[in-house]
Write a protein that binds this ligand. Structure first.
Ligand code: NI
Length: 184
């Protein structure tokens, strides 16, 4: 199972590389990796398991974060009642359209690869349409909004070598355009 020691941290060049596109059928080793990434997210959101293995809770994990420069990211977004709102491993994901409407998490963002807290608003698109492939190669196009859309933008950024704090206004971290939606 993936533990915190397996997660690459900021400063590791793999986090700044553009990840390689995957071709299908996926190599069995990548399917195994995808399952392990999703298992990490599930474990990290289970208070007992997370405590036992000292896992930081996460809603998304991209392959470069475990040292693999490939275009694959797992997302597991819980809702207010802990129900699953979005669960998917995205392969070769691309944002094909995006709203002009900006949104940001009220509390800022965090990342399993960034140990320190970096306060500030991370401006994102409130709504996105993404196209990706599933692990068995099925092509999907879906629309997301608000929190799940932000999580996917954070993960897709990882596949381009971008970290969340790159988007924070350095001079004024709480600067955000008028009309932006703040998601609590
Ligand atoms: Ni991250």
């Amino acid at each position: 199972m993936i533990k915190m020691n397996d997660i690459t941290r900021d400063g590791n060049p793999v986090l700044r590389k553009r990840a390689e596109k995957l071709s299908f059928p996926l190599d069995a080793k990548y399917i195994k990796v995808a399952n392990e990434m999703m298992e990490y997210l599930k474990n990290s959101q289970d208070p007992k398991i997370a405590e036992k293995y000292h896992l930081r809770a996460g809603v998304g994990l991209a392959a470069p974060q475990i040292g693999l420069s490939i275009q694959m990211a797992s997302v597991l977004v819980p809702g207010p009642e802990n129900e699953i709102v979005f669960e998917e491993t995205l392969v070769n994901p691309v944002i094909i359209s995006q709203s002009v409407q900006v949104a940001a998490l009220e509390e800022g963002e965090g990342c399993l690869s960034v140990d320190k807290d970096v306060p500030g608003y991370v401006p994102r698109h409130d709504r996105i349409t993404i196209r990706y492939q599933t692990l068995d190669g099925e092509e999907k196009t879906i629309k997301l909004r608000d929190y799940p859309a932000i999580v996917c933008q954070h993960e897709i950024d990882h596949l381009k070598g971008t970290l969340f704090y790159d988007h924070i206004n350095k001079k004024d971290p709480l600067d955000i355009e008028e009309g932006a939606i703040l998601i609590g």
